[in-house]
Structure formats: C-alpha cells, structure tokens
Design a protein around this ligand. Structure first.
Ligand code: PLP
Ligand code: COI
Length: 335
C-alpha cells in the first residue's frame, strides 16, 4: 500500500457499522462488510435531501496509539443537523461507539505515522421513510464507514488560490448552512466546478443576503491573521467547524487574540495570512484570493505563513500524540 500517494477519495475498507431507528428506538449496532444498502425507490433521502453526514479522522500517533479527535463534537453536530431536518437524533454514545469500533475493525487500513495519510471516518444519517409527500421521516439509518485518505488539497500543507464568485449562494441566513447536510454541498457544486475549471482550489463564499461578508472556503471555514489576532467569520450560514473551534482555543492558548465577527470582503487585504481549516483540509494556507466581481486580487504569498504553520503544528502535535493533550481533545481507541 502506497500510503503517501493516497488522495482524498473513497478506498474500500472492510467493515461498516449501522443502526436503524424504527420510529421508536435505535437498534443495536450491526457490523457488515457490505458496501451497499438496498432501499425502496421512494425513500425520502433519495428525493428530498433528508440526510446529514459528518467527517472526522483517526490518527496513528508517534507512539503507535490510534486517536480520535473530539468525536463527541461530531456527534452533537450530527444531532443539530438531524434536529434541523426533523430526523431522529442518534444518541452521542451510539455515534461514538460506532466510530470507535469502525477504527478498531479496520485497523489494517489506518495509515502509519509519518505517511501524511489518515483514516477518515464518514458517519451518515439518512431518512428512510418510504412515501411521496414532502414530510419528515420518522425512520432513519445511521451508518459509519471509513476510508484511508491523503490530503484534501493536492500537495498537503501547501498554499492554495481561491476565488470569490457570486454566481451561486451556498447557504441562506435562515437556511441549512449551519448544519452538515447534503443540500449545502449540492448548492456548491456548480460554482465549485467552475472554480476548479478556472484553476482555483476552491470558492470563498460570501453571505447570501448582501454578498459582502466572507463566509466559508468550500468545505472548510476561513480565518485571517493580523496584529497577533485570529479573525474568523461569525455568520448564521456557515458550518461551526470543530477544527476552527480548536484553532481558536489554540490561538488563545498561544497568546493570540481571537475575534469571531463579520469580515467584509474589503478587510481581506488587511490580513497578513489567511487559511482554510477543516477536518479534511486541516489548515490550507491561502496564497491569493481573486474577487471575480471587482477584479481585485489579494495576495498573501506562496510561502506558508509563520502563524499558519505554528497553529498547524500545535493542532497536529495533539492529534498525533506528539504533545500533551492539555485540552482533553483526543480519545485513544487503539493502545
Ligand atoms: N465548513 C464546511 C462546509 C465543511 O464541510 C467542513 C467540513 O467538515 C468544515 C467547514 C470544517 O468543519 P470541521 O472542522 O468540523 O471538519
Ligand atoms: C471534512 O472536512 O470532513 C469534510 O466534510 C469535507 C468534505 C465535505 C469533503
């Protein structure tokens, strides 16, 4: 297995976990090597987007132990997604237990320490009600599967070029942008594809109401750095990233100021560094942001900035067991 050559893609592993909600209770977890689900053609998740998902990673540490990073946070975010779509909420303990077991039962697919690859876990929740009308699904299925992955953006910790393209709004202020549901991603495919075709790694979305404030960078949150301050957007239509939350805590711990507030597009040129952050992206420092409407380009340079690197190392040191986990963020699942 050439771990270092892995991209961010699906790679077949052995076992996935499932639990079904029949309208009253969640079943015991069932483990299977079947990669398929058989479902009725009129199942609601296939028609009306009644589904949610999560993304998290298991890290093989410097000490050989395998750690999950803040899995309860993902469990609670899936509950928030479920609440917004009126889907049954998987209990935190059921969710986390499925994640632990999937890591253990697929141990041979966990990339070795130092390879740059990790085991990505994809928990998903689907509404399984069979019907035709647009209404809530009282029945659901939770599935957790995994795949070894390399870096999300080709090249790993390398700077990326992004574009502000107002051709498509990803999420509206009172829509579903603050939860992790497929519809948000469906609403980003057109502009994302256009950006890739034009040579950008991603779209930096702006708010749907005024098209003036920075929101998110594709499937990752955004942050800017200036005056020893970590600045990240506050908006009702961005996903509350667990990586961003962790970076805010790390930045404060490292003596930086932290601000969560609206960021007007004009402010981008005042940052000395900027980055995209998320489970898949970790930190992807931004080299440049091109605004298609104004024709203006903000450049932070092709070199990885010192603050991005410091935050990246502080986060990964905890995830890989290289530094003491003073925040209690990791859970060892394989000793
Ligand atoms: N924003 C979006 C739209 C995402 O899909 C993700 C990925 O999960 C993130 C942000 C980053 O969130 P997290 O750090 O919890 O992975
Ligand atoms: C993640 O960072 O875990 C994500 O979910 C990104 C993904 C949509 C590819």
């Amino acid at each position: 297995m050439n771990w270092s050559a892995l991209g961010f893609d699906y790679y077949k592993t052995e076992i996935n976990a499932r639990s079904t909600f029949d309208g009253e209770k969640w079943s015991e977890l069932v483990y299977t090597d079947d990669e398929y689900i058989k479902m009725h053609i009129s199942t609601t998740c296939l028609h009306y987007g009644l589904q949610a998902f999560e993304g998290m990673k298991a890290f093989r540490g410097v000490d050989g132990k395998v750690r999950l990073f803040r899995p309860e946070e993902n469990a609670r975010r899936m509950q928030a997604s479920a609440r917004k779509l009126c889907l049954p909420e998987p209990p935190v303990e059921l969710f986390v237990e499925a994640c632990r077991e999937i890591v253990r039962r697929n141990e041979k697919f966990i990339p070795p320490y130092g390879s740059g690859a990790t085991l990505y876990l994809r928990p998903m929740l689907i509404g399984t009600h069979v019907g035709l009308g647009v209404k809530r699904s009282p029945e659901a299925m939770l599935i957790v599967y995994c795949s070894p992955v390399g870096p999300y953006f080709k090249g790993g910790m390398k700077t990326i070029n992004v574009v502000i393209d107002r051709v498509q709004d990803r999420a509206a202020p009172r829509g579903t942008g603050d939860v992790k549901v497929g519809g948000n991603y469906a609403a980003s495919i057109f502009s994302g594809t256009k950006a890739h075709t034009e040579g950008y790694s991603n779209v930096l979305y702006v708010d749907a109401a005024e098209h003036r404030y920075v929101e998110e960078c594709g499937a990752a949150n955004f942050f800017g750095i200036k005056d020893n301050t970590y600045v990240t957007p506050k908006s009702p239509s961005i996903l509350p990233s667990i990586t961003n939350k962790s970076l805010r805590e790390l930045a404060a711990h490292l003596g930086m100021k932290v601000e969560e507030r609206p960021i007007p597009v004009e402010e981008l040129s005042t940052f000395v560094e900027a980055g995209a952050c998320g489970t898949a992206a970790v930190i992807s420092p931004i080299a440049s942001i091109f605004d298609l409407d104004s024709g203006e380009r903000v450049s932070y340079g092709n070199e990885v900035g010192a603050t991005c690197l410091k935050l990246y190392n502080a986060l990964q040191d905890i995830q890989y067991g290289r530094s003491e986990d003073i925040f209690g963020w990791t859970e060892v699942v394989i000793e």
